[in-house]
Ligand binder design. Structure first.
Ligand code: GLU
Length: 304
């Protein structure tokens, strides 16, 4: 096998030659300003070697990737009782759909669809003393990086246009599965989604998911069994209604966001982040997904 750096370099050259890069998300108006030609990959292996190409050090809006951090923090606070509030089944529906919520009495299918992440935000809002500060501190600690921050302009842009999220939160509230005020929870949820991180910072933060719950500094955030569960949810629910296709093409647990980022990981081996802002019709980064397919095909490394 060629080394990771050579493989990432070949992938990046191939990807740069592709002209159809997908469509940048515009339903959050502030996201629409991103340059669609940006492309980066960063890979961090279990020995903490770093491999990088393209715009891997540029921070972008991680959006739904933040849901892995929020469910991790909620899981470490509540333990298994968390799963009474949110299920762990793939939805097969787009990330912002509401129909299942009504059929299933306000218990969202999983913590990665918007409805599920809103319930998780409600849990954190209840249990964190200062939700905004404490969640940011948690992510900064995971990544060992105090430069990570929210982008309040993006959060505000989503607040002004997040009609479906208001609908979801109100529906959940009507079933009694949202304990706090809808506006407070959504303000926190939009802020959480507005986190900006680079591919490199994402791999640092996700190192603990390949390292049995211990971050790059050796501190334990989750136990081995909790890591097993979060990685399982990433595999089955991490890519909206394209989780099956992602497992088929790439073969790794991971999570995408509408900012065009993807994190994917192979436990005990490596975690890798890609960023390409153009999305496919299911809301996943078109070229990020292709890059990861090329990576696992070229290396022969996947969970399968
Ligand atoms: N903040 C976004 C929303 O709620 C996240 C969507 C995503 O990245 O999947 O619509």
């Amino acid at each position: 096998m060629k080394n990771f750096q050579e493989i990432l370099h070949t992938i990046t050259t191939d990807i740069k030659a592709i002209s159809n890069r997908g469509t940048v998300a515009s339903y959050i108006p502030e996201l629409a300003h991103v340059d669609p030609t940006k492309f980066g990959i960063h890979l961090l292996d279990i020995s903490q070697n770093n491999y990088s190409t393209g715009n891997a050090n540029e921070a972008f809006s991680i959006q739904s990737i933040s849901k892995v951090f929020s469910v991790s923090q909620a899981f470490s606070i509540l333990g298994d009782t968390l799963w009474e509030r949110v299920d762990v089944e793939p939805s097969g529906d787009p990330f912002n759909h509401l129909s299942l919520l009504e059929q299933e009495n306000g218990i969202p299918r999983n913590p990665f669809i918007n409805a599920g992440a809103i319930v998780i935000a409600d849990v954190l809002y209840t249990h964190l003393k200062n939700p905004k500060e404490d969640f940011l501190a948690y992510v900064r600690n995971m990544a060992n990086d105090n430069t990570i921050n929210y982008d309040e302009k993006i959060a505000l842009s989503e607040k002004n246009t997040g009609y479906r999220n208001y609908a979801a939160a109100n529906l959940i509230k009507s079933y009694g599965n949202l304990k706090n005020d809808v506006n407070d929870v959504l303000d926190f949820y939009f802020l959480q989604c507005s986190l900006k991180m680079s591919c490199k910072q994402l791999t640092n933060a996700f190192f603990l998911f390949i390292n049995r719950g211990k971050c790059t500094q050796g501190k334990t955030f989750l136990n081995v069994n909790q890591i097993k569960r979060i990685n399982a949810i990433m595999l089955t629910c991490g890519f909206y209604n394209e989780a099956g296709e992602f497992a088929f093409e790439v073969g790794l647990p991971g999570k995408s966001g509408v900012g065009g980022g993807i994190i994917a990981l192979l436990p005990n081996k490596f975690c890798v982040a890609t960023w390409s802002p153009g999305l496919n019709e299911r809301g996943n980064s078109k070229l990020g997904m292709l890059a990861l397919e090329k990576l696992t095909t070229a290396t022969g490394l996947s969970i399968f």
